[in-house]
Design a protein around this ligand. Structure first.
Ligand code: AQP
Length: 326
């Protein structure tokens, strides 16, 4: 059975973008693949985090995974920092990665521009991500389009390591769904919807209440025309709403354009809000049942033990091949 893996950072309550780009994909593929899903808490500290908030966000994220339909029987679910082999492997890979490769990563350029005092962790983050993936000989990594570059880097690093030290890693591929892969901020639709966005207005979070979600969608930036048409370049706001709508309804762009051919932007937004609220309110209901349940800890303990064994083996193989022997 082919393997898939993905992880999300506990940097805030997850957004509609995270849900569509990553979690929905994992739910879709869990019957088909051997699935690994983790909380990337070590990645989160590449930007400053409040201690209490980090731990709360971690638990919230795990509960949301399950509430969104991730089945613990079909997925290995674990917390990255509980498996020390990820960081051990990362160091060995870091010494086989070039500074130039990392400094060219789009996400590094964006985030380092926002804070001149960035840490080296922000630069080396994609190597830790490569370790997360390569430790398990993963075939596919379902991610939003924004993370495709990092998966390609993991592949390059793996290829280089294999050439230098002998066959060690499987080469992973990013799995990008064809529709709605990059959900944009509702207010500034030229920017991606992000957990750590400074403004809340354009970001829908999975734990936002119904009224807030509706208000944010109704307030989404559109354009001065009246046509509901998919055209990301000239109509980024409407195209973003279409992406959200198709992700929730499974309709095609053409079907959506036909459905709303005679409708106003207001009517379209109301419909988008309806489908989003309907699905999210079900998720929130399940989240409330799960969050204080100690079943979650059992799932995490099992995930940790299982993945530690595999990652340890990979680390020892790498060490041996690199000459760390007595
Ligand atoms: N706007 C988005 N549209 C589609 N997919 C998205 N993803 C993130 N934002 C969108 C996908 O969600 C997964 C988890 O991402 P992450 O938590 O590891 O970090 P990120 O990509 O940096 O996500 P955020 O929300 O923007 O977090 P912050 O603000 O902390 O940087 C990935 O698969 C990503 O593609």
């Amino acid at each position: 059975m082919k393997k898939i893996l993905t992880g999300l950072q506990p940097t805030g309550v997850i957004t509609l973008g995270n849900y569509i780009g990553a979690i929905k994909q994992m739910v879709k593929y869990q019957d088909q693949y051997d699935s690994y899903l983790f909380v990337a808490d070590l990645h989160a500290i590449t930007i400053p985090q409040d201690k209490e908030q980090l731990s709360k966000n971690t638990r919230d994220l795990l509960a949301l995974y399950l509430a969104c339909g991730v089945d613990p029987k079909k997925n290995k679910i674990y917390i990255q920092s509980e498996n020390e082999y990820h960081t051990n492997i990362s160091w060995l890979l870091e010494c086989n990665t070039y500074y130039g490769e990392l400094s060219r990563m789009t996400q590094f350029k964006d985030k380092s521009r926002k804070n001149a005092n960035f840490t080296t962790g922000l630069l080396t983050y994609p190597v830790l991500m490569a370790a997360d993936i390569l430790a398990y000989d993963v075939d596919y990594v379902p991610v939003g389009i924004d993370q495709k570059q990092h998966v390609e880097l993991a592949r390059d690093i793996a290829e280089r390591f294999n050439k230098k030290y002998g066959e060690t890693f499987k080469l992973p591929e990013a799995l990008i769904s064809s529709e709605g892969t990059k959900i944009m901020d509702l207010v500034t639709p030229d920017k991606k919807m992000s957990k750590s966005s400074e403004s809340q207005k354009g970001v829908i979070r999975l734990l936002d209440d119904e009224k807030t979600i509706r208000k944010k969608i109704m307030g989404a930036t559109t354009d001065s025309e009246t046509v509901i048409k998919y055209d990301p370049e000239n109509k980024p706001g409407i195209s973003n709403l279409i992406n959200i709508y198709i992700s929730f309804t499974g309709k095609t762009i053409k079907e959506v354009e036909e459905e709303f051919a005679q409708k106003t932007y207001g009517e379209f937004k109301t419909k988008v809000a309806d489908v989003v609220i309907e699905e999210i309110s079900q998720i929130q209901k399940r989240y409330n049942e799960i969050i204080n349940n100690n079943e979650l800890d059992k799932i995490l303990d099992e995930g940790r033990e299982f993945t530690r064994k595999i990652a340890k083996k990979k680390y020892e193989d790498m060490k041996y091949k690199m000459g760390f022997r007595r």
